[in-house]
Design a protein around this ligand. Sequence first.
Ligand code: ATP
Ligand code: MG
Length: 388
Amino acid sequence: MNASYFMIRFGELSTKGENKKIFIDCLYRNIKHALKPYPSLKFEKNRDHIFVRLNDEDADAILPILQEIPGIQRISLVVPCEKEQEKINALAVELVKEEEGKSFKIEAKRIDKLYPLQSYDICVATADAIIDNLGLEVDVHNPDIVLHVEIGFESAFLYCHEYEGAGGYPLGMNGKVLLLLSGGIDSPVAAYSLLRRGIKIECLHFASPPYTSEAVLDKLKDLLDVMNAYQERIKLNVAPFTKIQESIYKYVDEPYCITIMRRMMMRIAERVAKKTNCKAIATGESIGQVASQTLDSMVTINNVTNYPIIRPLAVEDKVKIINTAKRIGTFEISIRPYEDCCTIFKPKKPKTKPKISECEYFESKWDWASQIDECVASLEGIIIAEEE
Ligand code: ATP
Ligand code: MG
């Protein structure tokens, strides 16, 4: 077959005018980034499509990469053709011959209105050639084979197969969210859910050395390396949390420790989100999973901030989260042993229905504000880039 192209149609495009241009430019950059492992591919774009031209790369390997990129609605592997009906007919016969089935239908689309045949006439001419040469029957309702003929401005494109894209908006179009990243299974899956919908992330991790080990940073870097396939140069902010945690265990009754710790995390997260221009905070919480994630707990924790909090996994099943983690390649990294600051001082009986008034009582016993200021002032930022 002739040189083939992936023809990519855009996503949620009620977007018009200048926004459409931003959408296409953003998607174009993201596609090029995702396909960096294939340096011999060629890329083109116009108002209606993005094209990826194949030389002798494996289309079956590239398709699933394209299907993961947010902002793409549909993908087809197309063969270009000169805009002459005779040539279109000949290529149509060649393409349909490779397909299995007895009946077919033509779907024609004329983007270039100067092409002499109208869509209906293109269908008739192409169908006649297939009937004459291959003896197949037309069935417009339930065909075995659908051949698409699209007349563009520079060329015609023919194809028999169309694949679903991820939809959504191109990564970065909708701004950035601050994701609270632990070393567990859930938060990397939450990161993936955001990235897949085109939402950029910056990460915040609370570290409590020497109670938590330095090795956790390697783990987080490895997790974010996986996410690099979706977003380049993700920033990881590491917040020194040891002093606050020590104060919590000094001034707070044991059953409330986790709740207060989470309230402190949220206060810090809000400050960091504002500082880093993130429009919302995201977590890997899932309702009911553990004591700190009951609805009552979440409400009490949420009470310290007005900032929007996104919980992509809020109602997701643990088994499903684990399956996603395995599929995207974070599971094996997440299950490496590590001490999280949540597990280290784990209370024997954490409150499952913590009260806001009780929290406020414990929080009145100590000057947390200056410790929070100190924590925010000493953030360490690491950029997670791919290895060159
Ligand atoms: P995960 O697998 O993501 O660790 P989990 O089921 O262990 O989740 P928790 O430890 O209760 O749940 O944490 C819930 C969420 O709080 C995490 O998904 C993450 O977003 C945030 N979080 C917890 N610990 C940390 C931490 N040390 N640094 C940053 N965020 C954290
Ligand atoms: Mg955890």
